[in-house]
Design a protein around this ligand. Sequence first.
Ligand code: SF4
Length: 389
Amino acid sequence: MDRDALDARAHIPIVEMPKVVPIVDHRTVRPDRSARPIDLPTTATPVAGRLDTLGRGLHDLRISVTDRCNFRCTYCMPKEVFDRNHSFLPHRDLLTFEEIERVARTFVSLGVEKIRLTGGEPLLRKDLEVLVEKLAAIERPGDAHERIDLTLTTNGSLLRKKAAALKRAGLRRVTVSLDALDDAAFRAMNDVDFPVAAVLDGIDAAAEAGLGPVKVNMVVKRGTNDDQILPMVERFRHTGHILRLIEFMDVGTTNGWRLDDVVASGEVIRRIHARYPLDPLDANYPGEVAERWRFRDGGGEIGVISSVTHAFCGSCTRARLSPEGSLYTCLFAGRGHDLRALLRSAATDADVELAVSTIWGRRADRYSELRSAPHATATPRVEMSYIGG
Ligand code: SF4
């Protein structure tokens, strides 16, 4: 593939992006997790398949089961913010497994087909496989008795211990976050001196348990780990695992994001293509976030996620549930909607459905498309470690 075709396929922006994107650095500010109370409309009925104001359906739900993590990745939970004095959510504030199952059933009845468990580090939530079993049993509406696609994103540190039980409980696949192959670089990035070998072993354990193909998510930050792109590619070629390289995003307010830190997906693809020629692949389904490429020599496939240089808000069908039951309709939203209060009130399942359907029907989020608009303003937003990526 020639350079022009490669650039066009990889969505390399033709116009230079502005170098200044408004962002608040709240490293010393405690997060505002207050959620909006939900006012139920009195006359409406819930609408399965309802579209939001931009015509997007509700197909995916990400459920964060804990705000805790055993890593302190510098771009996600930097130590200077998430230190000994940081107050994580007390257990009583977390949704119970029964409450999560009830919310999940509501979303599935409204059209959700995929549920991803996230955190924090979801495997830190005690007995997570019990929740997995409850969710895996949920059937989609219709006579086909189809089950939902249930997956999980993890840092991999506990996978060796948990993979087999998760598979038995009904989990289908896992995605493992791994930002470097070099042990010293990885230990520096996770900032708790965790060895890369243990994560690689966790990936093996997931594959052995049948949780494949394992996707390996690498957030690429210029000057920090972009020298790890080729070693990561080499490590995961011919393994059946799918490496996905993600542009460093301005999620949350604590990671000190600057546009200069972003390595555009186009550049990532060019660097890999120069060593291991690539050809583009079609998306697996409409709205797939990752752009897929295959190694011309049969070494498997990789993906790039161009969250900054090629916003995909137009096909964003994801809702997010926080550990204590706030519903967010965008990864960059400042506040969620307080579903927990509804769940712990006398509300019926129909009330919960109506609430979700109404919130979705009013949704107009498209932060990534607006990020670099001329008059974009900095807004408070939820932390990735709390809501999942
Ligand atoms: S910025 Fe918000 S609306 Fe756009 S793709 Fe991300 S989560 Fe979806």
